[in-house]
Design a protein around this ligand. Sequence first.
Ligand code: SF4
Length: 323
Amino acid sequence: MPDPSLALYVHMPWCVRKCPYCDFNSHQLKSAAPDGSYIDTLIRDFDLELPRLAGRRIDTVFFGGGTPSLFQPEDFSRLLGLCGCAWRWRRCGNHLGGQSGDHRAWTIRGYRDAGINRVSLGAQTFSTRALELLGRIHSADDTHRAVAELRAARLDNFNLDLMYALPQQTAEEAAEDVRIACALAPAHISYYQLTLEPGTVFHSRPPPLPDEDAAWQIQSTGQRMLAEAGYVQYEVSAYAREGRRCRHNVNYWLFGDYLGIGAGAHGKLSLELPQRILRTTKPKQPREYQEQARRAAWQIHDTQQPLAKAHSLPSRTYPSNSC
Ligand code: SF4
């Protein structure tokens, strides 16, 4: 049986500020910039995983977070250069996610030159009031500016994250968000309902949200508008133009393999002799992750199950909220 497709997921766990609805493994920055030694740890993590992957090719690389754009283009050059040296690439899908206002002094061109060929912008909404209620650090203008920079850098393959059923949101406001998002013509739109996840600020102090009927009306109107604008729904919350589905995420749905490096990253690898699934989990806390990387003390789940029986999605692969 041929090897399943192989993806690389790289977790970058810091944000300028923690959003009150977020249950991702993200930690508020306590300094002006993330700890640069984290990149060294990622490289060590990757090197430790190498022996398990002998001869296989990586199809896609996805940098998630947190806010990956807090790191500099040179950091991505190092990581992608490492992969390029160590691996043959079948097709190169290098994805960077981030908040619209977080690319700081370094520019989108810098990321493009570092090898990033797909970007995800956490727009969420274009309403100033809703952005404030969501605790976002960016404005709608930041999102427009980021899109203009992407176009100027000829990085047209970008995703916009959009959330609906926001605190105090009306059907008209939600429809206006979808209209503006479509007018920006991204290749891909992630259209998520805001949900209250355990462990978040919103879960302990819930804001006033639209009721179920209102949320359904908002969702169905949004879906119709997206379809009319040429975005085809191919996952629960993913909508893409022709040929622009996110190959990295589709790989999860198709039970492909993924190598997870970084704090809290999960991995799943199909191994032979005997055929089985190996699952890996890295520590969630960045400091503990870096410490364990020094000792190479990862948690490994070697199921010893036949491949066909062992395929299942890890619980944290698909967060319910967007970034
Ligand atoms: S939603 Fe995104 S930007 Fe906000 S804290 Fe979570 S990972 Fe960071």
